[in-house]
Design a protein around this ligand. Structure first.
Ligand SMILES: [Zn+2]
Ligand SMILES: [Zn+2]
Length: 259
């Protein structure tokens, strides 16, 4: 069966990714309001009732803004780690139904195989996900300061990879942001810069890779065009211009990509 990747948007103002087939889907993060998520699904002509579960990567607002209201609205369970759950419960961000998972322990939802894995980021317990749809594997790692061995190992072999490409180092250095914030973003538990993300292609792209989605791109310290050009240049050097590249924007969803 064909697998759909519908990225509703990505960036520091909100993140939400739907992995689905014609009947069922799994939403990774609800970083926009319920209204906005429903709007964006509508733009993509996706029926919200296909969403059978919400997975949470970590507790930052740009990943959980609409989590409680959306999950309760759809009557679905929220899947998250114990530490993330405790934090979200205390801030009333969690829906009525929840299922806890351990990073490193795979589980199944409606025929989707979910493998959460730990990534380095400045939240309580951040995870990326590999979602197996039966025929395909989709890897998602959107908030990480450093692509460690584990993350590389998990993303290798996926048909499609959604990877953070957050900032251009010189644009961040020259920005008006306070020093401590710059330091946080650039740290190994912050966000992935263009250079590290693009260089990672050498390690995560295999002969199986057919789609790359670059996500969580900073509006102030990066540009969609720069990211696209750097990535295309790299794919050309790697002689992998067969790979379909998508640069994910903050303000609008990307048309569903079917694999
Ligand atoms: Zn984020
Ligand atoms: Zn984050």
């Amino acid at each position: 069966m064909a697998s759909g990747i519908s990225i509703l948007g990505s960036g520091s103002l909100g993140n939400s990714i739907l992995i689905h087939n014609a009947e069922n889907g799994i939403l990774v993060d609800a970083g926009f309001s319920r209204k906005e998520i429903l709007n964006r699904l509508n733009l993509l002509q996706i029926e919200p009732s296909i969403i059978k579960a919400l997975l949470i990567t970590h507790e930052h607002e740009d990943h959980v803004r609409g989590s409680r209201i959306l999950a309760d609205h759809l009557g679905i369970s929220t899947y998250l780690t114990d530490e993330t759950f405790r934090y979200l419960r205390s801030s009333n961000k969690i829906g009525e139904k929840k299922v806890l998972f351990d990073p490193g322990s795979p589980f199944q939802i409606e025929g989707f195989n979910i493998e959460p894995f730990t990534v380095q980021h400045d939240a309580l317990q951040t995870v990326g996900f590999i979602i197996g749809t039966g025929d395909h594997k989709i890897g998602i790692a959107t908030d990480l300061g450093h692509l460690n061995r584990l993350a590389i190992q998990r993303l290798r072999g996926c048909d499609a990879i959604v990877l953070e490409c957050n900032y251009d180092t010189s644009m961040l250095r020259d920005s008006e942001r306070p020093f401590f914030i710059k330091k946080r973003i650039m740290g190994r538990h912050g966000h992935l810069n263009n250079e590290d993300a693009i260089n990672a292609f050498d390690e995560i792209i295999t002969e199986k890779t057919r789609f790359i989605f670059l996500a969580h791109i900073s509006l102030e310290c990066n540009s969609y065009e720069l990211v696209r050009n750097l990535a295309l240049e790299k794919l050309k050097i790697m002689q992998r211009t067969d790979i379909l590249l998508n640069v994910i924007e903050q303000s609008r969803p990307l048309n569903t990509v079917w694999i």
